[in-house]
Design a protein around this ligand. Sequence first.
Ligand code: HEM
Length: 391
Amino acid sequence: MKLLQRLRGGLKRRLIPAARPVVAAPVLTPESATAETIDLSDPVVALDPFPFYEALRPAGPVQWLPRNGAWIVLGHGAVKEAFARPEDFSNAPYQGVDPVLLGADPPRQALIRRLVSRHFTPDALERLEATGARTAAALLGPEMDAVGGFSLPVSRAVAAELIGFDRATVDELVEATNAAAHGADPLAGLVSTLHGFAPRAAVFRQLLKDGEGLIGEAEAHSLVALLWLASTTTTERVIARGVLRLVQHSDVREKVGGDPALLSPFIEEVMRLHPPEHLVPRLTTAETELAGTTIPGGAVVHLCLGAANRDPELYVDAASLRLDRAYRRHFAFGGGIHHCVGAPLARRVVAVSLGALLRHSARPRLLGGPRDIAWFASMTALSPSRLDIAL
Ligand code: HEM
């Protein structure tokens, strides 16, 4: 009896607060979204940002988003201009990732970039492409998770070879970075974990040797960490997106599968429509003007590659994947002085991976339905994290 009373009391106590009217936060929709109401970090936006970018576009290429305390640049021309003016739009927001190259500004950035570029010779690209092709071919099975069982191990194998991590180090590193990703500050944990592994990399010793007088050990740690971070998730996401497009659009798959010359335009379209990082940050160095809008100094500005790559002023039928596009250039690899130094490598690795898959199977298909795809969604990235397919 006492137990029953206690239970009833507990139930009553729990019911009282719930009996008060609950004012639920309105769900953001593209129809209702404006620069004032949108929050780019809202999960609803993160899971499908493109209709929201289109909702903002008519109000102009540069807008202030009070909920994010930042500016967004949506237009292709305005993004291009911001990339071309590093003296006004600094890469400082990346300093937590890497202050040496990606987070650096001119003139030092150019010196460091020259040092890093030495690792992307034509011979190195040939060798790394072969590693990607070999790894991809070995992973193809009758059924697989196209992310964990394909795009992720291919991009890691290529990054490991470029950086000069042996197999055992990669296994250890993956375990340590997975653990760091669950910590209180995942990015800081990831970066410091990678710094710890850097001295084991062949590229670390080479950077120190070539960069004598220019960089010390701390900078070399950071560059090795950057090479791993910048090359793995990005390449992984493009391969996964490519696979998803192939399994979801049989017309495109038949065309690309039947004509290897269409693989390159296909990949460029996949990257245009789904840049692995669709927002890249800048910080204004002083009050400045962009596309007719005045932005104060010290402001965070998100260059929206996802929106610029779908600007209807430049691309006809901008949201569709078209293999016959006359203008195919895009900003998935960024622009200006920080334009991705690994772009030629990434293009080759994605091509050999998707090429191997298409040669292996004429009809790759999704296992289950679209709801069975798991997603990684953040303010800056949206990509499958599990994609089960049959080949
Ligand atoms: C499809 C795959 C890739 C995409 C879409 C991509 C995208 C990008 C973007 C957008 C930037 C510029 C960021 C900014 O300006 O804010 C960048 C920079 C960079 N990327 Fe990539 N990346 C890819 C693959 C790679 C690979 C494979 C490597 C190295 C092996 C790499 C290394 C770098 C480095 C070192 C930078 C900094 C360059 C600088 O600051 O001068 N990336 N990447």
